[in-house]
Design a protein around this ligand. Sequence first.
Ligand code: ZN
Ligand code: ZN
Ligand code: ZN
Length: 327
Amino acid sequence: MSARKLKEETEFFYAYLRQNGLKKTYQKDLILETFLNTEGHLSVEDIYALIKKRDRKVGVVTVFRTLKSLVACGIAREITLGDGLTRFEHHYRHPFHHHIICTECHRIIEFVCPELERIQGEILRKYNFQPVDHQFQSYGLCEDCRERRTPVKRPQHDTDKIFARDAVRMALEVAAHFLEFYRSAERRNQDPEGKRVWACMAEEEERQIAGLIDRLDEIIRQEKDLESAPVFLHLEPRRLESLLPDLADYERDGEFRMDARASLSLAQTLGRASAEFFRAFAEQFGDTQGKRIMLAFAGWEESHVDAVRQALEQNRGGPGKAEAGRQ
Ligand SMILES: [Zn+2]
Ligand SMILES: [Zn+2]
Ligand SMILES: [Zn+2]
């Protein structure tokens, strides 16, 4: 945990203590710091064992009460994983998620799935309930246990980082889809000015992809083995595919001919639809790195067309010249 994050959460905890007339103590600080510096799903006993290594005088009751305060103020989330123990995990600025648990080796997979949240919400509404909290848990046998291999000890990752990783991967997937569309529009367009618009769009998209790849590297470098950790964010592929039309729909007599103005206007419509999709998608999550990545991507998708339009207006040359005109 970075010093900045620790400071932020400590201040947040202190504010809660002040509001509730509770005292700041060295023990509470120690428990907060220990909790924030561990990942995964820890029981009171697990955390108590870690505290004891640092200070033998802190009692288990203090650990328990402090963890309860951390839950009350939203820093921690309390969950059960089917073994009868109350467990605690990071909650503040971490995405709300669910768990799959191996009944044999107790390996835990964490995931988010907006579709699942939507369905749960609908069911609750049908019963006229106001949602408060929910947990969705699946139990099964993992691959290692099914094939009687010794389960590999895998690190438990920070859900904030893994969510950020998947947000960038999702943006990359969409950007790759769009790039393919732009390149094919460029190739097939019989109108030379219109062709140039799509070439410019493709170049902008390539720049965006390069930026996203850098961002992904940066996130992955923050934590060991983060790259190969299981997929965290699940999204229906259909929803991404529906963002782009079929170029054949714009053909006339088997020919695709779209002038610059019509091309820009189509590109704008596509950019807006993509931005709207990402904004609405991001709204489903609490304040996290992943959410901020999605919102930044949405903003970029919208501004993309304006950048191309300006470039073309300033310099009615080829995409290469248009690029120079932007400087
Ligand atoms: Zn297992
Ligand atoms: Zn979890
Ligand atoms: Zn964490």
